[in-house]
Design a protein around this ligand. Structure first.
Ligand code: 15L
Length: 274
């Protein structure tokens, strides 16, 4: 059997949020892993190519989500609201929608979920601290709170039903770091793909929480609790060091965005002014 005729490891993988920044990048990169890649988003996305299925789906629509999961081996869940917002849209997609997803995962017999959580579940730790996956949650906004819900819901589905989930507490996954903070939180696209590959292919993951960063010089997150995934980043924000030189200009002591790991997210939440 040559490479062209060899079967791919999965029959059908589902990628939600396929129209988002990361979803669009992943669409091409994860194709070698599945005979069929099912792509979903609430928005219209480019039509299905060879080996693809496209399903427009609102996570808040319970019946649509049940149908979306039919025939799926594993899910990469990148759908939902991905930044701070008002509670209503966060609730619909990240809370109600996530419950629909796990209910459908259970009913359709899906084995594993790779859940795009976020470092914003712990954004209220200080930039002078190093934490690991056992540290109590300290979300930095309603978006972070919704990701805490996802980590708890997936924990429950593992303990109660044995459905495995790897929660990826993604730092900042962009083509390159955009701010000085992202020199710490940067996760190169290649490294995100490798982290997902490790989470999907590791023989036994139970319920695992892992922080997603590249091999950056400064670290806030200790990933030893997820060593069994075997993730080894190949990139580093050091590749961009000249863009964000240390200037000696210290932020004001009251600057919360420099004091806490969540950066700008810590002041992006509701102010209750209206
Ligand atoms: C996130 O959770 C967001 O989804 C992403 O857009 C980035 O803003 C990232 O956090 C970050 O902290 O940089």
């Amino acid at each position: 059997m040559n490479d062209a005729t060899a079967r791919k490891p999965f029959q059908r993988l589902l990628l939600t949020g396929a129209g988002g920044g990361l979803g669009t990048m992943l669409r091409e990169r994860i194709k070698p892993w599945a005979e069929v890649l099912r792509l979903s988003d609430v928005r219209a996305i480019p039509a299905a190519g060879p080996g693809e299925e496209v399903v427009q789906c609102d996570l808040a629509d319970r019946d649509a989500v049940l149908a979306l999961l039919e025939g799926v081996d594993a899910v990469l869940h990148f759908g939902g609201v991905s930044v701070e917002d008002k509670f209503e849209p966060i609730m619909q997609a990240n809370i109600l929608g996530l419950h629909h997803l796990y209910e459908a995962v259970y009913k359709q017999g899906v084995k594993r979920v790779i859940y795009a959580s976020s470092s914003h579940v712990v954004g209220y730790y200080r930039t002078t601290e190093v934490i690991d996956a056992r540290a109590p949650l300290r979300p930095d906004g309603l978006y972070g709170v919704s990701k805490c819900f996802g980590e708890a819901l997936s924990r429950y589905y593992y303990d109660r039903f044995g459905i495995e989930t790897v929660c990826l507490r993604i730092g900042s996954s962009f083509a390159e770091p955009r701010t000085a903070r992202m020199m710490v939180t940067y996760l190169a696209y290649d490294d995100l793909v490798e982290l997902i590959r490790c989470a999907l292919f590791a023989p036994r993951v139970g319920h695992t929480i892992t922080f997603g960063t590249s091999d950056n010089a400064v670290r806030w997150w200790d990933n030893r609790e997820a060593a069994h995934l075997g993730y080894v980043p190949k990139h580093s924000s050091r590749e961009f060091a000249e863009r964000f030189p240390q200037t000696g200009a210290w932020p004001a002591p009251e600057d919360a965005t420099a004091t806490f790991q969540g950066g700008p997210f810590v002041t992006a939440g509701p102010m209750y002014e209206d």
